[in-house]
Design a protein around this ligand. Structure first.
Ligand code: DC
Length: 240
């Protein structure tokens, strides 16, 4: 059976990572987190003191950066890490999961030339099919011909609560209202930016998981994948 390219897009805290990772596990596909690439570059920009949104130097920074995603060790998987992230060959899996880095990622993600560099990387990484890639523009820009597109959403309050719990588990001292405010600010930036804003692709299936857990959502997406696989196999046999 031909392996699919599955695109999962949605706002911060919608549960994309957990869902994409679980679907990839069940189907035996590769899981790729495009947001981790923006975060890694955001971390590099922060470390270099590049906190403005001055596009040319940031695009230059992106062109001179090597970002790699690898599967996690069992220990990292158990600790909730779904991808290992390497920035210029140094692991930054943990360092990129702070609100400061998320904000820097969301800011640099507004720059068209930065996106060109990272989108090309993402297209290379997923070129063989058999991948579940999550992000904001996977179904619209990175893989517009993906055979299955999911737009995952949940209420801002539920998304903020999920993020807040993650922070609590790590011992971060952030209040729920602070996280909710940051989620709303990031939503606004991601949805309103000029280049590749977060929008639902016309052919994406909208899944609202406000009241669904990861396992239920994953089962639904796996079922949709199996249907797509069957449809494609039937179309291929008719054509052949
Ligand atoms: O998925 P995430 O929260 O780790 O992503 C961090 C930021 O990166 C997010 O605020 C917007 C940006 N991003 C993007 O613009 N396009 C993607 N495909 C993935 C992430």
């Amino acid at each position: 059976m031909r392996k699919l390219t599955i695109a999962i897009d949605g706002p911060a805290g919608s549960g994309k990572s957990s869902l994409a990772r679980r679907v990839a596990q069940i189907l035996g596909y590769l899981y790729l987190d495009s947001g981790a690439m923006y975060r890694a570059l955001g971390l590099k920009a922060l470390r270099a003191g590049m906190t403005s949104d001055n596009a040319p130097p940031l695009a230059e920074l992106a062109r001179g950066t090597h970002i790699e995603l690898k599967s996690p060790t069992e220990e990292q998987e158990a600790a909730g890490f779904k991808n290992r992230v390497f920035l210029d060959n140094v692991e930054v899996t943990h360092e990129i999961r702070t609100e400061e880095v998320a904000k820097a990622a969301s800011l640099i993600a507004t720059i068209a030339d930065v996106r060109h560099v990272l989108v090309a990387e993402q297209q290379r990484a997923g070129a063989g099919g058999g991948v579940v890639m999550e992000g904001r523009d996977i179904g619209t820009v990175v893989f517009p011909h993906a055979e299955l597109k999911i737009f995952l959403d949940a209420s801002a309050e539920v998304r903020a609560e999920r993020r807040w719990k993650e922070h609590q588990e790590k011992g971060d001292v952030l209040t729920l209202p602070e996280v909710l405010e940051e989620v709303r600010a990031r939503d606004k930036r991601d949805r309103e930016r000029k280049v590749s804003p977060l929008v639902r692709a016309a052919d994406a299936v909208l899944v609202d998981n406000t009241a669904m857990d990861v396992e239920e959502t994953a089962r639904l997406v796996v079922m949709l994948s199996r249907e797509r696989e069957k449809e494609l196999a039937q179309a291929a046999s008719r054509a052949g």
